[in-house]
Design a protein. Structure first.
Length: 141
């Protein structure tokens, strides 16, 4: 096991493997690309349709890019029916979190332009955990 760094968290020492740290960095790159696609599509469409519909269309289109890049770049796995279904399931959960949070932040009074940014702050770290689980537990053979 190669150790990249040791972190102190909750009064315990955690050893973070270099592999996990690299995945996190690649996840940030892929996530930034996917989030930019999602937000860009949402921003354009929200001017002509309901924000929930615009958000959903942006999510679906960014999902396709995200799956391909997550498999091949972030986790260095082949795409397969098994991890595709797992990825889809993780993203269905993530999408539901997104849409609930979007409407919550809109209800709180955030503008339609800013509400997604608050959503991303919560949903993106959650998504990393879900997607990493999928690619580590549903590896293609």
């Amino acid at each position: 096991m190669q150790i990249l760094f040791i972190s102190l968290q909750h009064n315990s020492v955690q050893i973070v493997k270099k592999e996990t740290f690299g995945e996190l960095i690649r996840f940030v790159v892929v996530g930034t690309i996917s989030t930019a696609i999602h937000y860009g599509i949402y921003w354009v469409l929200m001017h002509w349709m309901n924000v929930n519909v615009a958000y959903t269309i942006g999510y679906i289109l960014s999902f396709l890019v995200n799956y391909y890049l997550s498999a091949h770049y972030t986790f260095k796995e082949k795409t397969s029916a098994k991890n595709g279904i797992g990825f889809g399931g993780a993203h269905l959960t993530n999408y539901l979190l997104h849409i609930v949070l979007l409407n919550f932040f809109l209800w709180l009074g955030l503008s339609p332009e800013l509400a997604p940014i608050a959503v991303y702050a919560i949903a993106v770290p959650t998504n990393f955990v879900l997607v990493r689980f999928v690619f580590k537990h549903f590896k293609s053979k």
